[in-house]
Design a protein around this ligand. Structure first.
Ligand SMILES: C[S@@+](CC[C@H](N)C(=O)[O-])C[C@H]1O[C@@H](n2cnc3c(N)ncnc32)[C@H](O)[C@@H]1O
Length: 372
């Protein structure tokens, strides 16, 4: 049987359950939800599958060792037990991130410097080569219990690469994908995104509808470990390619801002799904619910008006949105509306019955997803 490893998926706080569900569908074992992350276990093949295919996960760490230590010497004992040569060599540029909470060992900079010197002693050639491939070791201490883990993803997985062109307040790709999953939208249904900005919601839905692995072009950190073997990764990659569909999707993205529409079109092209999204300039006040045999989802990320002077205008837009949803969508059982709402004041402006809520972090703010 292939070797089992322990992993940890870092997620945006609030998305833990959605990510756990996604991990389950990718055949992860021992799934355990924590705040801001999900622990799971499985083979290296699973690690590749999750990095390539998960839509709602920010990065995946591999757990190397757990320990209990109150002194640097004690930490040294545990550092010595890890087979670092499997992960680092002369071409590694090692970065160490330390998070310590309620623990005797609590000076993050000292812990990082100690660990780096220690690993360098164990691997004298570390970082002496010409190539500098970044690798990040995480040392996490809570209540004197520690975990050593290594980031396998490299650049954050929400940076899919298609969004060079962001309009105002873009949504993280992982949050957009989680919104689509939370809504229960299925590819046979219509999806309306009438304030689409740079198109993240529509593009993530299209990638999902075509079953395209969102991170297929990502340069994962784990592909640069000295112990990396290409064959198992290529096998997973080939499976991802074979799973792509050529489905006809009814995704309609619109915005009243020319620049946002251009960004949406450019991003959709870079994601190679432009043929699956209808993009059009339209004010949300002119939105008319289309015929949709299988029903649909209306998805909204409206402006919040955080700047002084903007609030009154933006709140009146939220009142209009509430009226529009009430007039066309909320009584139609074949439709669902999902909206990102920053606070109680905006929710009140909508004057709608909320069926379901999900609190999450977006751009450093606590926001609420509302289902109507
Ligand atoms: C918060 S941004 C959406 C960000 C988007 N989800 C993204 O990831 O890029 C809100 C969008 O609403 C658009 N908008 C504002 N008022 C509108 C209106 N009356 N009709 C249509 N779009 C409008 C803005 O142009 C902006 O692109």
């Amino acid at each position: 049987m292939a070797k089992q490893h322990k992993f940890y998926a870092v997620v945006v706080p609030g998305l833990e359950r959605i990510a756990a569900h996604e991990l389950q569908s990718l055949s992860a074992h021992d799934i355990n939800i924590e705040y801001g992350g999900v622990a799971f276990s499985g083979t290296l093949e699973l690690l590749y599958r999750v990095n390539l295919r998960a839509r709602t996960i920010t990065r995946v760490l591999i757990r190397l060792r757990t320990f209990r230590s109150m002194t640097l010497d004690g930490l040294g004992y545990d550092l010595k037990k890890v087979a670092w040569h499997l992960f680092f060599d002369e071409n590694t540029a090692l970065d160490i991130e330390v998070h310590s909470h309620r623990s005797r060992l609590n000076h993050s900079d000292d812990i990082a410097a100690f660990a780096k010197t220690y690993i360098q002693k164990l691997l004298p050639k570390l970082g002496t080569g010409n190539q500098q491939q970044p690798q990040t070791l995480h040392i996490r201490l809570d209540n004197n219990r520690g975990v050593l883990s290594l980031d396998t993803s490299g650049e954050r997985l929400d940076r899919r690469g298609y969004r060079l062109n962001a309009a105002k307040a873009p949504l993280r790709e992982t949050i957009a994908a989680a919104m689509v999953q939370w809504s229960g939208w299925s590819p046979e249904q219509t999806l309306l995104v009438p304030m689409c900005g740079s198109g993240t919601l529509a593009i993530e839905a299209a990638l999902m509808g075509q079953n395209i692995a969102p991170n297929i072009n990502h340069d994962f950190a784990c592909l640069h470990y000295p112990s990396y073997k290409d064959k198992p990764f290529q096998k997973v990659l080939a499976k991802c390619a074979a799973m792509q569909k050529d489905a006809k999707l009814n995704i309609f993205a619109s915005d009243n801002h020319e620049g946002a529409l251009q960004a949406c079109l450019d991003n959709a092209k870079r994601a190679h799904i432009e043929a699956n999204i209808h993009v059009e300039k339209k004010d949300v006040h002119d939105l008319i619910k289309p015929e949709a045999e299988q029903g649909g989802v209306l998805m909204l990320n409206p402006p919040y008006g955080q700047r002084i002077g903007e609030q009154a205008k933006v709140l009146s837009l939220w009142v209009d949105l509430g009226n529009m949803i009430r007039a066309q969508f909320s009584d139609d059982e074949t439709w669902k509306t999902i909206i990102i709402c920053p606070d109680a004041e905006h929710e009140k402006a909508l004057k709608l019955n909320i069926k379901k809520r999900l609190k999450l972090k977006h751009g450093g703010l606590d926001v609420m997803l509302l289902e109507i």
